[in-house]
Design a protein around this ligand. Sequence first.
Ligand code: G4P
Length: 282
Amino acid sequence: MNVQWYPGHMTKAKRAMLEDRKLVDLIIEVVDARVPFSSRNPDLQELARDKFHMIVLNKADLADASVNQLWTEYFQNQGIFVAKTDARTKRDMKTIHETVKEACQKKIERDRRRGILNRPIRAMVAGIPNVGKSTFINSFAGRACAKTGNRPGVTRGNQWIRINSSVELLDTPGILWPKFEDPKVGLHLAFIGSIRDEVIQLEELSLELISFFQKQYPGLLEKRYEMEPFQTPLQGLEGIASSRGCRMKGNELDLAKASSLLLDDFRSGRMGRISLEKPECV
Ligand code: G4P
């Protein structure tokens, strides 16, 4: 299955990011911990050049804890500072503050040597749509100040949010687009619901997801949906439809309904903490 999706405003959003990067010391790149590879835009490496750079593995609550750890080590080995979060809570924000300071240690020391005291670190949050940038900004800033569900191309005012005496954050996140060259990227972003379902064949998508589960989490679907072991993804989908009573008029199995149910269970975390990507596959 090859998911293709080219949203508009791409150039405009990138131009805005290029402008904004001039204003900051630190780029906080937010990625989805379930798909850290697919939810990154390779251009960010370039955009973060000459800047301090940290990665927030967001939605860590939905991803496998042991795989989160592998990704943390993977990025740290590349010299990038990393923190894991569930941005909907403020629980991890102390760690975020500490990581911001660590990432900008060189600037803090340089300012101190020059006798500059109390010049705050200026940071911007960046990432592809739906990774949780706005939610993160709200939690980090401690109040609802970034509009969630933002879209690229809105009027930009360059407002700064004062987090505390040592950090200021640009109120609008930098929006990048995923790179779809590798077909797995489109597929994984579709699994987590980051590509509008209207442009995807949901039944085909759910068969791909079942195939992933068969390989990576064998037995999990059978347990969750209380069904007999199955051989092919289609048998798996039929099993889910049958077990959950998804039937059309005339008692025929409703595979479309079963597909929605499966994807919904997965995206909401009801199937447990699942990582779709591991560093070894990069
Ligand atoms: P964006 O700015 O990067 O586009 O993302 P945004 O903050 O709008 O978040 C996208 C969706 O992801 C939201 O759900 C948000 O609640 C959810 N989310 C953000 N961070 C986390 C996290 O760490 N863990 C989990 N489990 N979910 C997270 P939504 O259903 O689109 O909106 P809502 O109904 O929650 O408002």
